[in-house]
Design a protein around this ligand. Structure first.
Ligand code: PHE
Length: 337
């Protein structure tokens, strides 16, 4: 009986190993096992050399199978980028599950505030972290050397720039940018949000760095009542319940009249009857502020407000010390994870 063509079988098996996803199966394939059963049909002289050749073939295939298994396993790790927040091996980036990281609570809450106002039709712009005297004061009807400037405890760079002490520093830009829309019969409705800075002593309710959200609305016929309704809606959505509000007079050079806006502390947040909390400053945009942006104050009216984000969030979660937010204390941050 002619001996099977071992060289052909060898080449076929090795080729199959190279392309197989399950190479171990080849060691159990009939063609492989059948090599030994052929031995019985051979003459005594043929048996020796044939057996030796089959053993060599078997060795070669087994070695190739092992190599193929290694190759398959290592190709699972295409590229391990430990800094990537998604699985680098998946074609569709999907965020990896994590028990460790979390967003800073102020980021989460500012996003919620922005969502509420954008749903009401306000556009949102981030406030600048460095600005000039004109935007921080001049365009907002603060006369030169007026004592009201001192009330803001502003830092100043050696060149005279200002890390803004309030998000009102964005008002003039918002008004200028919205002028055309206004003249075309539309309205200006925008909020600006971001960090503000004050050079004051730090304690449980004062920080040198905190956050504000400012609102500006201008139309042909905006009223104080529109403002109060807008603000009340905001607070009711943010705290998830109906709220009583009240105002009292306040002075800010850039509004007339100027008001302090208060809400009755919700019972679910530990409020007692008649406990009022000052939440923000607001008022009708001063005619000089409209003029500084090239808007005719006899044709248009507006309202504006500015509120501190930290105190909004402190009330929501019963946080007792403002300094926690910038403290980088992980125990504090993990409570919001
Ligand atoms: N900018 C004021 C502050 O930081 C708040 C404010 C904004 C008041 C807009 C009235 C109108 O104290």
């Amino acid at each position: 009986m002619p001996s099977p063509d071992l060289e052909t079988i060898r080449l076929q098996l090795l080729e199959r190993v190279q392309t197989s996803e399950t190479p171990r199966d080849i060691l159990r394939a009939p063609e492989f096992k059948g090599l030994y059963s052929a031995i019985g049909a051979l003459s005594p002289e043929e048996k020796g050399p044939y057996g030796k050749a089959v053993n060599e073939l078997k060795q070669a295939v087994e070695t190739a199978v092992e190599a193929r298994i290694d190759e398959l396993e290592s190709s699972d790790v295409v590229a391990l980028d430990v800094t990537a927040p998604w699985d680098a091996n998946s074609t569709k980036p999907a965020f990896l599950p994590t028990n460790e990281g979390s967003q800073h609570p102020l980021t989460t809450e500012i996003t919620t505030v922005i969502d509420i106002f954008t749903r009401m039709g306000f556009e949102a712009v981030e406030s600048r972290q460095i600005d000039d005297d004109f935007h921080m004061f001049g365009s907002l009807n603060f006369p030169e050397n007026h004592p009201a400037r001192d009330g803001y405890d502003t830092f100043r760079t050696e060149e005279g720039f200002i890390p803004p002490a309030h998000t009102s520093t964005m008002q003039n830009r918002i008004l200028q940018a919205g002028k055309e829309k206004l003249e075309a019969g539309g309205q200006i409705a925008a909020i600006s949000y971001g960090r503000v800075f004050r050079n004051e002593d730090v304690d449980a309710t004062h920080e040198h760095t905190f956050h504000q959200v400012e609102g500006v609305f201008v139309s042909k016929d905006a009223t104080l009542g529109d403002m109060l309704g807008t603000l009340r809606s905001f607070f009711e959505v943010y705290y998830g319940q109906s709220l009583r509000i009240k105002t009292q007079p306040a002075y800010f050079p850039f509004v007339e009249p100027g008001l302090e806006f208060m809400i009755e502390k919700p019972a679910v947040l530990g409020g007692k009857d008649g406990e009022w909390l000052e939440m923000l400053g607001c008022g009708m945009v001063h005619p000089n502020v409209l003029k500084a942006a090239g808007i005719d104050p006899t044709a248009y009216r507006g309202f504006a407000w500015g509120m501190g984000v930290e105190r909004l969030v402190m009330l929501k979660y019963g946080i007792e010390d403002l300094r926690h937010f910038e403290s980088a204390k992980l125990n504090f941050l993990r409570k919001f994870a």
